[in-house]
Design a protein around this ligand. Structure first.
Ligand SMILES: Nc1ncnc2c1ncn2[C@@H]1O[C@H](COP(=O)(O)OP(=O)(O)OP(=O)(O)O)[C@@H](O)[C@H]1O
Length: 281
């Protein structure tokens, strides 16, 4: 795989309907690095899920474009999988059958059976493969969904608050494991979360969104080694910095609700649509 950014979001604006006085998402430009985990944080309703669904091809933006490698995203694909807060498993099937579903739909299950077994072992479900998924806890069910998402060997995994319904111990364990999988398997991940601690625990970089309209107003690198020590001084410092940055931006936004704020962007900005098309041709 090349090291170029696999996901480019360019000049993206979205209205759910034309009666809206301001867009749900306004002028979003972002490039997401290969094989790293990028967290999107922001207040409830700022448009994080809307943006993620657009990257997944489940929604088409009113203006602008999203490209994943050479493809302009216009529909869902097995190459970019999504994991939701609820694992949406088929309750009448076993753990193995649920984990294999993506491969079955792709018609490749017979060639890749071993991968399902390996993934179920990797996510700690070795002893549960033949059980009905309903016999599993919420955390175990989310592990089945994770194995299913990884089985089709996606280039991109999009995570929409996938751990928010889990207890604190299970959530912490899965946060660590998923960040490890991202780096070990060179999968580009985008995580939507409300939780600043989760963002610092998992992400290589955090993108801060404001609301009304949803805009990108800050980006911060998290230069901590994995697995991360949540009790370290560096972890606490980064969490405090991110929280302070978030509050400052939020306050500035309340003072100037309809103006575009200057983006604090340490990395290079995403190219324009024209530039993306030139590079792809
Ligand atoms: N299908 C829809 N039709 C119309 N408006 C929608 C639709 N889906 C979301 N919205 C609105 O778009 C805005 C952004 O919603 P979105 O769910 O993307 O925000 P979010 O940041 O993910 O919120 P949360 O953190 O609470 O999940 C909200 O005002 C929401 O009411």
């Amino acid at each position: 795989m090349s090291n170029a950014s696999p996901i480019w979001i360019s000049d993206l604006t979205h209205y759910y309907n034309r009666q809206q006085s301001m867009p749900t998402l306004d002028d979003i430009n972002l490039s997401i690095p290969q094989g790293q985990l990028t967290a999107l944080i922001g207040r409830s309703g700022c448009g994080k899920s809307t943006l993620l669904q657009m990257v997944a091809g489940l929604l088409i933006p009113t203006e602008g474009a999203i490209r994943i490698r050479a493809h302009t995203v216009t529909k869902p694909s097995a190459k970019w999988n999504m994991m939701f807060q609820k694992p949406s498993l088929y309750p009448w099937m076993t753990v193995r059958e649920n984990a294999a579903l993506g491969l079955v739909f792709a018609g490749t299950y017979n060639q890749k059976k071993d991968r399902v077994e390996e993934l179920l072992d990797m996510v700690g479900l070795s002893e549960h493969k033949d059980k009905n998924v309903q016999a599993l806890s919420g955390g175990q069910q989310q592990r089945v969904a994770l194995a299913r998402s990884l089985a089709t060997e996606p280039e991109v995994l999009l995570l929409d608050e996938p751990f928010s319904a889990l207890d604190a111990f299970t959530r912490t364990a899965l946060q660590t494991e998923v960040a490890q999988i991202c780096h070990d398997q060179n999968i580009t991940m985008v995580l939507v979360t409300h939780d600043i601690e989760e963002a610092v625990a998992m992400a290589d970089q955090v993108v801060i969104m404001s609301h009304n309209p949803g805009q990108i107003v800050g980006e911060k690198s998290i230069p901590l080694a994995y697995p991360r020590d949540r009790n370290s001084a560096e972890f606490a410092e980064l969490k405090d910095e991110l929280f302070a940055e978030f509050e400052t931006i939020d306050k500035a936004k309340q003072d100037k609700p309809f103006e575009r704020l200057e983006v604090v962007r340490p990395k290079s900005t995403a190219p324009s649509v024209e530039k993306m098309l030139q590079q792809a041709s």
